[in-house]
Design a protein around this ligand. Structure first.
Ligand SMILES: CC(C)(COP(=O)(O)OP(=O)(O)OC[C@H]1O[C@@H](n2cnc3c(N)ncnc32)[C@H](O)[C@@H]1OP(=O)(O)O)[C@@H](O)C(=O)NCCC(=O)NCCS
Length: 294
């Protein structure tokens, strides 16, 4: 009666109409899911589907980018509201199996703070990991100037030495953040080379030293990360990186960028406010160890 399986090509149309019935035309939720479904080269996924008597009741999507200290993966769930609990119960063991087979220790989910309370996730073993403030930022920003002596360019993750520097910069800048894994250069290279992400790296033209980095995920309209070396705070480099990132998102069709910031990160919030960021609802990130047997 209930089953969970990997989405195959033959399920795609069914999944499309399922999602269309749940998310209104033009909504960010719909764009997020449809963009992913419609990209044949996407590395996002896999998608898993839950059915009840051959009727779709839920979909789960595993995001390949590592989050958290144990290389956990973020999983997005969407379900028919009247079958939400059943859909979780059908999908969770299947997701656990998949993650366990890949040696991944934790799964994460993010939920809008206001929807949490019915404890459907807490009763299933998820614990609150991080609270983040959500912001939207118009992507049509006033241009910011480049910084003399610093070259900012798209980065494809193929330079091992630069990877190590960027990993070090990000780990150092975001240490204690909890939502950024302490990655080595190789782990970072894995993330940078995912087709969904775009990286900008700022390099000192004379020394070749990495001074800043930003990650954008156009398919999610997401400005995911910005880090600037301590020595270059207050120089305008952060502004330039934010501007270039927003421009990229705009070129890829997003009018509004979305970003998540720790509520106590005053510098980051002020930086984003200068670009017209509006605070939206908080996002709660929950973590659950992958069950040892499903
Ligand atoms: C966030 C970051 C990129 C900002 O770069 P920056 O060069 O420091 O940015 P700015 O100097 O323009 O500072 C931004 C604003 O915060 C203010 N600010 C700086 N440090 C601050 C602090 N500790 N407390 C309060 N405000 C602070 C600045 O005065 C400025 O305010 P203004 O807009 O009124 O002028 C940089 O601080 C950084 O890399 N931090 C670590 C990584 C990080 O937290 N990334 C964001 C994760 S979402």
């Amino acid at each position: 009666m209930f089953s969970a399986q990997m989405m195959a090509d033959g399920h795609r149309e069914g999944v499309r109409s399922f999602l269309a019935s749940l998310a209104t035309e033009g909504s960010p939720l719909r764009r997020f899911w449809f963009d992913l479904l419609d990209r044949p080269q996407s590395s996002e996924g896999p998608f898993l589907i839950a059915t009840k008597d051959d009727r779709l009741i839920g979909v789960a999507l595993v995001i390949p980018r590592p989050v958290g200290p144990r290389y956990g993966r973020m999983v997005f769930y969407v379900s028919r509201p009247d079958e939400e609990n059943v859909a979780y119960d059908v999908l969770l063991p299947a997701v656990d199996r998949l993650l366990r087979d890949c040696g991944i220790a934790d799964q994460y989910i993010s939920l809008p703070a206001e929807t949490v309370g019915d404890d459907s996730v807490v009763s299933r073993g998820f614990v609150l990991d991080t609270r983040l403030a959500g912001f939207t930022i118009p992507t049509a920003a006033t241009p910011r100037p480049s910084i003399p002596g610093i070259e900012v360019s798209d980065y494809d993750g193929t330079d091992r030495d630069l990877n190590a520097q960027v990993a070090d910069l990000c780990n150092h800048a975001l240490r204690g953040d909890g939502v950024w894994s302490p990655l080595g250069g190789v782990g970072l290279q894995e993330i940078i080379t995912l087709p969904e992400t775009a990286w900008l790296v700022a390099v000192d033209e004379q020394t070749g030293q990495a001074l800043g980095a930003a990650e954008i995920v156009p398919v999610q309209s997401l400005y995911n990360l910005i880090a600037v070396k301590r020595s270059h705070w207050g120089t305008g480099l952060a502004d330039y990186l934010v501007f270039l990132g927003l421009e990229r998102l705009r070129a890829e069709g997003s009018d509004l960028a979305f970003t998540l910031v720790r509520p106590n990160n005053a510098a980051s919030i002020r930086l984003h406010r200068r670009f017209g960021a509006t605070r939206r609802q908080d996002t709660l990130i929950f973590r659950r160890p992958v069950a040892s047997s499903a």
